[in-house]
Design a protein around this ligand. Sequence first.
Ligand code: SF4
Length: 153
Amino acid sequence: MRAARYWSVRNARWLRWLYTGLEGVLTALHPVLSRIGYQRLDRSVAALEKLLKGFLFDSQSCGQCTLGETGMACPMNCPKTLRNGPCGGVRANGHCEVDPDMVCVWVTSWEGSQRIGNTESTIQVIQPPVDVRLKGTSAWLRSVRKRLGVVEP
Ligand code: SF4
């Protein structure tokens, strides 16, 4: 739902703050999560993520969430799935060259990043190519393991 997606970008500052808090809570819960087993938890956490992030951000559940770095705009909504900035076809009114009814994902990403502030540590982070094998898996759980330097199974 695009209206919710645009709303989220307008409210990127506190949503990112909420995200950072959630990440901290999940990281603190690592001993418990680890004991239960990340793989065992993945399906249910991914389903919750899909529900929440799908509603708020039109998240495409790529499993490698960049919302915190891209102004709370999901780059997977770009028809070309570009993850490091816009193509050369953004229209003069800021809309997408492929889908003229949609504001370019990277225009919204830039606006959201400016609301968050400190764009140097957010939108300028170079994102690796998307790994399609991770689609539908939990980005939250992956983020915890990445933060703690836990080796991926
Ligand atoms: S205009 Fe923006 S959203 Fe559309 S294809 Fe190019 S980068 Fe993606």
